[in-house]
Design a protein around this ligand. Structure first.
Ligand code: HPA
Length: 258
């Protein structure tokens, strides 16, 4: 049966509804991914901790292709990602959620794609609407219902990490139209689209970005902020999975569940 997958980012690895789900190792041609399997209101759901259960894999070392391939293999057709992000605007403070609607890929790791086999020909994927509009609408309603403050539309800029940005980089990103910054949505949203999976993302603003924040950035600030909203985030994810329809008329996956 076709499934919804949740890819949990920093600080969302241990959300209680998914914590005790049984995990399996799924071998793919890109490597092995650890995927948890469970059910929400009778619907089969897959759950992946993007950085590993104990947050041990840095953003630039994540095997994104193995994760997305494994989810496809297990019949996922849509993905809800969570992401901890820095805010580029004083009007989007830490603790706010953002339903992402666009992305700037500022990574320089080299393109990570499923389409790099010369024998398979050249494939250029449409990215006019990077995030699935249907999932985004459901995520917005579920996040608001869970009591989170939510902002959308929201443009995410992805850096390589694992270091945080400089104030000059943040100032440039802001002038480009980015609202939040993180280290993982590219290539995740790209690979999902290439694999035919609809992808929507709920980001949690955990800090003001470099040069806006009055203090140095730290991972503990990110973890503390995520802890403060974790119950609402879990409720939003559950509400979204419950509300997602079995078929949806979007322009990305053109998918049906069931
Ligand atoms: N920059 C990049 N990634 C992040 C940040 C940030 O400020 N906060 C959480 N993830």
């Amino acid at each position: 049966m076709k499934k919804t997958a949740i890819i949990a980012g920093s600080g969302a690895e241990h959300l209680s509804p998914f914590r005790d789900w049984e995990s399996i190792l799924v071998p793919t041609r890109f490597g092995t991914a650890e995927i948890r399997q469970g059910e929400i209101s009778g619907k089969p759901v897959l759950f992946v901790a993007r950085h590993g259960k104990e947050h041990s894999t840095a953003p630039h070392l994540i095997n994104y292709r193995a994760i997305i391939s494994a989810l496809s293999e297990l019949e996922a057709v849509r993905v809800i990602g969570t992401a901890a992000v820095g805010s580029l605007s004083n009007s989007i403070p830490p603790g706010t959620a953002a339903v992402l609607t666009d992305i700037i890929d500022f990574t320089r790791r080299g393109p990570i794609t499923f389409f790099d086999d010369p024998a398979a020909g050249v494939v250029h994927t449409d990215f006019s609407e990077p995030y699935c509009s249907e999932i985004s609408a459901v995520l917005l309603a579920a996040a608001e219902a869970s009591g989170l403050e939510v902002t959308t539309p929201c443009t995410y800029i992805c850096t390589d990490g694992p270091r945080y940005e400089t104030p000059a980089e943040i100032s440039m990103f802001r002038s480009w139209g980015a609202d939040v910054v993180g280290m993982t949505n590219a290539p995740e949203v790209i690979l999902s689209r290439e694999a035919g999976l609809c992808y929507g993302s709920i980001a949690i603003i955990t800090n003001f970005a470099a040069g806006i924040s009055p203090k140095p950035l730290s991972h503990s600030e990110v973890v503390e902020c995520m802890k403060s909203i974790e119950e609402k985030l879990a409720a939003a994810l559950i509400g979204a999975v419950q509300a997602l329809p079995t078929s949806w008329p979007c322009n990305c996956g053109r998918s049906t569940i069931g």
